[in-house]
Design a protein around this ligand. Structure first.
Ligand code: HEM
Length: 398
């Protein structure tokens, strides 16, 4: 195509400033016109917009790998971080250990702590009649939950909460220097967690770090640098999505007081509302893969090692799968086809904890208020997330 750097075209510009609705409008238009799109931004990448194409790639992990580049734009400044950056079979032992910590039984044991944390953070926000929900709550909540999940002593717990809140915000505001420096602080926190557990291990079934250190794979311990990368990955990967997504749910509820009231009256509908929100407002717009050989997708030729963004946010509104895809519909018959948590070997490890965190948040927010309204301009994230960074609200206590 004339005028483009490599002749592949620039169908999609991920750097265009966005409103709450514009990204999905653009994706809908492009999905109809050019479902296998190419962008010259971020050094060039492909974007798959159809549900069927995304699922095809996710279910062929032998061809489409994460070890070259797993996200667009490429943000990893430092070393390999399991499990996301490894392909099976190297990926397998890390998931074997991690999965043990997200069973239904383990997750429900976290519930009282998660509820206490949510309540403690929401009380002052509601008490003062609102403010920016993201500053008051969404940027802080995951760090608090993680301190609990990793069984951290008070001082380290406090540090992880502070550093993750700064890192989260810096990442979203594209402040690269601050991202790098806080990323290194997160490595140092992960290092301290490991040193602490090496010296004084906790029971293997109670503590993820102790379990990773005790794991043997083909007779060998897991390499030190990859245990470190895993802890660092866990701190961050589970933090961003809940943070941007909770603000998004709050915006939708603020715009739909009838739904707000329905969920207050029938809180047993909250899990179904969360599933539909995950489909409609998928917070990880997409992760990426590269093919280990040249491939054809939707009639376009994609060379080995070219980054391919799998646009989950578009797949989840694909009209070929979901009727009236832009509408919020409680209890859609095929809601289980949404891929907000991915699919295949890298499917979200923490989805049970994520669902618990989201459910507890909506239960506490709705039961402690009688109304919620928007009270100013929203600020939106950029690729690879989709969601809110700032949600000014006015709320009335129940
Ligand atoms: C709304 C909340 C969340 C959403 C939507 C979400 C979504 C995702 C998605 C789409 C992936 C797949 C990445 C890929 O395809 O390459 C993923 C991976 C992962 N998520 Fe989540 N996530 C959430 C919360 C969490 C939480 C709370 C944790 C807890 C620690 C977590 C831990 C992980 C881990 C460890 C992986 C990597 C899995 C692997 O590579 O094998 N996530 N997540």
């Amino acid at each position: 195509m004339p005028g483009t750097r490599n002749g592949l075209g620039h169908d999609l510009d991920p750097l265009t400033p966005e409103t709450f609705t514009s990204a999905h409008e653009e994706l809908r238009e492009l999905r109809g016109r050019c479902p296998v799109a190419h962008s010259e931004s971020f050094d060039g990448f492909w974007a798959l917009l159809r549900h069927a194409d995304v699922v095809d790639v996710l279910t062929q992990p032998d061809t489409f790998v994460t070890s070259v580049q797993n996200v667009v734009p490429k943000v990893a400044f430092t070393g390999r971080r399991p499990p996301l950056h490894l392909d099976p079979p190297e990926h397998t032992p890390y998931r074997q250990v991690i999965n043990r910590f997200f069973t239904p039984a383990r997750t429900s044991r976290m519930e009282p702590a998660v509820r206490r944390i949510a309540g403690d953070l929401l009380a002052p926000f509601i008490g003062q009649g609102g403010g920016d929900l993201c500053d008051a709550f969404t940027h802080r909540y995951p760090g608090h939950v993680f301190a609990e999940f990793f069984n951290l002593p008070a001082d380290l717990g406090m540090e992880i909460r502070e550093v993750t809140a700064i890192y989260n915000r810096a990442l979203q505001e594209a402040r690269d220097e601050l991202v790098k420096s806080t990323s290194l602080e997160l490595y140092s926190i992960a290092q301290r967690i490991i040193a602490m557990r090496k010296e004084d291990p906790l029971p293997e079934d109670e503590d993820l770090t102790s379990a990773l250190l005790a794991k043997r794979w083909q007779g060998q311990p897991l390499p030190d640098d990859l245990v470190l990368g895993t802890i660092r990955q866990m701190i961050v990967v589970g933090m961003i999505a809940p943070s941007v997504f909770i603000g998004t749910m709050a915006v939708h509820l603020a715009k739909h007081p009838d739904l707000q009231q329905q969920l207050r009256d029938e809180p047993e509908l909250i899990p179904a509302a969360i599933e539909e929100y995950l489909r409609l407002y998928t917070p990880y717009r997409g992760f990426a893969r590269t093919a280990n050989r040249d491939v054809e997708i939707g009639g376009r030729h994609i060379e080995a090692d070219e980054p391919i963004a799998l646009v989950y946010a578009s797949a989840n509104r694909d009209e070929a799968v979901f009727d009236e895809p832009d509408r919020f519909i409680l209890n859609r018959p095929n809601i289980d086809r949404h891929i907000a948590f991915g699919l295949g070997p890298h499917r979200c490890a923490g989805e049970s904890l994520a669902r618990l965190m989201l459910q507890v948040t909506l239960e506490e927010l709705l039961s402690r208020t009688s109304s919620m309204e928007l009270d100013g301009e929203l600020e939106m994230t950029r690729w690879p997330e989709w969601g809110t960074l700032s949600v000014p609200m006015r709320v009335s206590a129940a």
